[in-house]
Design a protein around this ligand. Structure first.
Ligand SMILES: [Cu+2]
Length: 312
């Protein structure tokens, strides 16, 4: 499982590791050398500058080394800080002007909710798995509904705080298909270790199929819910017909059968809001809309239009 930017973190990790190993070898090496070289032997006289209880030892060596060591440490720390900050900048700033899928991710005790939008605009949540297309920028808006959590994708070396009342952002782009997982990486309660979700990275074609199948399923679920409002519509290639009303302020779905010869795109709009959906020839498709408080919702098709009345 690889993602854009993983290399930046791996590089940074190797750099920190190399410095840590170098310092470790020098310190432990000097310790061992000192143990051997200055070890106490039975007949050797006690050195004049050996530490004595209650006496501050006399200065020795040259003070210049203090400045040399301080300068070396400062250079290392400043270098690491600059590299770390530029790496953080990579994960926090999505590329401008490029297409991105936005996902709301909400942590709860104990799991993650992933918000999706079905084809045609129906919002829904997936509690189990996080499914995304490969080679596509994913921008995540992360929050929590109860306590602090931390959303992480270990494979991609990324993590972000999930804090109630605040939305934090992170983006990534998977560069390989496969199955990984997302976890919570701060202790948030007794079920913390169960906060694992599957991360599925699909090819773009597989993702399109997933999005379509999942959309149809979600619309069917919506239609079966008691009190759901469904407006049926049909398009024969020339004229658009609808039957049914929307209810003021309530969400509704349009189930549209396209008996025309070509794929057609339809648009629901009222006030300044709009939602489009596309239906292949000979098939049914769905659109989702929240009705305004009064007036009507306009359904536009190719060279045709229909009005959906809003009743209270
Ligand atoms: Cu947790």
């Amino acid at each position: 499982m690889q993602a854009f930017g993983t290399g930046v973190w791996d590089g940074l990790f190797s750099l920190y590791m190399a410095i840590a190993i170098l310092v470790g070898v020098l310190v432990l090496g000097w310790l061992v050398v000192s143990l051997v070289k200055y070890r106490a032997t039975g007949d050797a006289p006690r050195p004049a500058d050996a530490p004595r209880a209650g006496v501050i030892p006399a200065e020795r060596g040259q003070v210049v080394w203090v400045f040399v060591m301080a300068a070396i440490i400062a250079i290392i720390l400043v270098g690491l800080a600059v590299k770390s900050i530029s790496a953080i900048d990579v994960v926090e700033t999505p590329p401008e002007g490029e297409f991105a899928i936005h996902h709301n991710v909400t942590g709860y005790q104990f799991g993650w909710k992933f918000d999706y939008t079905a084809e045609g605009g129906l919002p829904y949540q997936d509690l189990g798995a996080f499914t995304i297309p490969v080679d596509t920028n994913i921008v995540m808006n992360v929050t929590s509904q109860d306590v602090w959590h931390n959303f992480a994708v270990p494979d991609y070396r990324i993590r972000v705080d999930a804090i109630p009342g605040t939305v934090n952002h992170m983006w990534f782009r998977a560069t390989e298909t496969g199955v990984g997982h997302t976890v919570c990486v701060i202790l948030c309660g007794t079920g913390h270790s169960f906060m694992r979700s599957e991360l599925r990275v699909l090819s773009k074609a597989d993702y399109a199929k997933f999005a379509h199948d999942e959309s149809v399923q979600q619309y069917e679920k919506f239609a079966k819910r008691p009190g759901s409002i469904i407006v049926n519509a049909s398009f024969d290639g020339a004229a658009l017909r609808e039957s049914g009303n929307a209810k003021a302020g309530a969400p509704f779905i349009v189930r549209l059968t396209n008996s025309g010869a070509t794929e057609a795109t339809f648009r629901l709009h009222a006030d300044v809001r709009e939602q489009s959906f596309t239906v292949p020839p000979g098939q049914a498709g769905y659109g989702y809309f929240v009705a305004p408080a009064r007036g009507l919702v306009v359904l536009d098709g190719p060279a045709s239009s229909a009005n959906i009345q809003v009743v209270s």
